[in-house]
Structures are given as structure tokens and as C-alpha cells.
Design a protein around this ligand. Structure first.
Ligand SMILES: [Zn+2]
Length: 180
């Protein structure tokens, strides 16, 4: 392929016939739908994507165009435990089979395990990247470890919150007995 490939207008047939590969990254600002919670966010990070075209034989031996798509980014979300901002890494790896018409895609999508899309000479790969990242958003994002102690509403006056932090590894160390 001589001309540089445009991920906003990708010609599916030659891309898959040539078993071509297209990778790149785009500013998160191109992916407006990825920001469901703009407050407190620093914006979507860079979105990285890579697509691999391929022809694969179907059950009848005819060759079908396929694209394997990988993408990842970091999204600012709100932690559902401490309500502080949390950067969530999202990565997708999906495969799509392409058919000629919308009717065929609807029919075959129901019958196929893989996703079936309509082939086009100007396929918007980045819109597909955005769709897939959106579907991969965690429903309840959380810090692995929240940066601040979550404030507990204490109703019982006798309930004392201690400041002592127990390191689980230290406890494990105490439990270890020397080999003898
Ligand atoms: Zn948190």
C-alpha cells in the first residue's frame, strides 16, 4: 500500500486482502463520547489503536475479510468507593468479520459468535475504537487502593476508629516459622 492509511476512512477490502496493519494514536479529545463524567477530569488520555486485516476461509471455503482490533487508553473516572478521581486503564481486543450489506450483517450477526460489520471503502475505524472502549468501561470504577481513608459515618459513640494500620505482609512474616 502506497498511500498512508486513514483510520477515519479505511477501505476494508484492500486492507484485509493485503493483510495490512494499521496502528497509531490519537488525542483523547477526538473521542468525545468517552467522557461521561467530565467534572474533575483531566481529559481522556491518548488513545492507542492497532488493526490487523486478514482473509479467513469460512465454513464453505470462501474467503471472508476480518479485522482484529486492539485499543487502549486511560480514562479519568470517579472512584465509587472514595469519590475521588481515578485513572482507569481500558483495553480492548476484538475481532470483526465484514460482509457486503447491512441486511447480511444483521442476519449473520445473530447467527455468529463474532461481531459482523458492513464492509465499506471509507470505514471509520476510530468510531469503532470509540464504541469498543465505551463498552469496556467498568460500571463501577475503583482505586485499587484509595488514596485517602474513606470517612466512616460513626453512629455509635463507643465505636473507636484506630489509626493503627496493620501491614498484612508484616502479619504474614510473624506467622512464618523458620524451616528446621
Ligand atoms: Zn478511591
Amino acid at each position: 500500500m502506497n498511500a498512508p492509511l486513514n483510520p477515519r476512512r479505511l477501505s476494508i477490502a484492500p486492507f484485509t486482502q493485503a493483510a495490512a496493519r494499521l496502528s497509531g494514536s490519537r488525542s483523547g479529545s477526538e473521542f468525545g463520547r468517552l467522557l461521561p463524567e467530565p467534572e474533575g477530569s483531566q481529559g481522556v488520555g491518548e488513545v492507542f489503536f492497532e488493526a490487523f486485516g486478514e482473509l479467513r476461509p469460512n465454513a464453505k471455503g470462501a474467503m471472508s475479510p476480518w479485522i482484529r482490533l486492539e485499543a487502549h487508553t486511560t480514562l479519568p473516572m470517579v472512584c465509587q468507593r472514595c469519590l475521588e478521581p481515578v485513572d482507569v486503564e481500558i483495553a480492548v481486543s476484538r475481532e470483526f468479520r465484514f460482509v457486503a450489506t447491512e441486511a447480511q450483517a444483521e442476519l449473520e450477526d445473530d447467527q455468529s459468535e463474532e461481531d459482523v460489520l458492513v464492509s465499506a471503502p471509507d470505514f471509520d475505524l476510530l468510531a469503532l475504537v470509540e464504541d469498543e472502549l465505551l463498552m469496556a468501561l467498568p460500571p463501577s470504577p475503583k482505586h485499587q487502593q484509595c488514596p485517602h481513608r474513606v470517612k466512616l459515618a460513626v453512629a455509635d459513640k463507643d465505636f473507636v476508629v484506630t489509626d493503627e494500620v496493620v501491614n498484612p505482609f508484616a502479619v504474614l512474616g510473624q506467622l512464618k516459622t523458620p524451616k528446621g
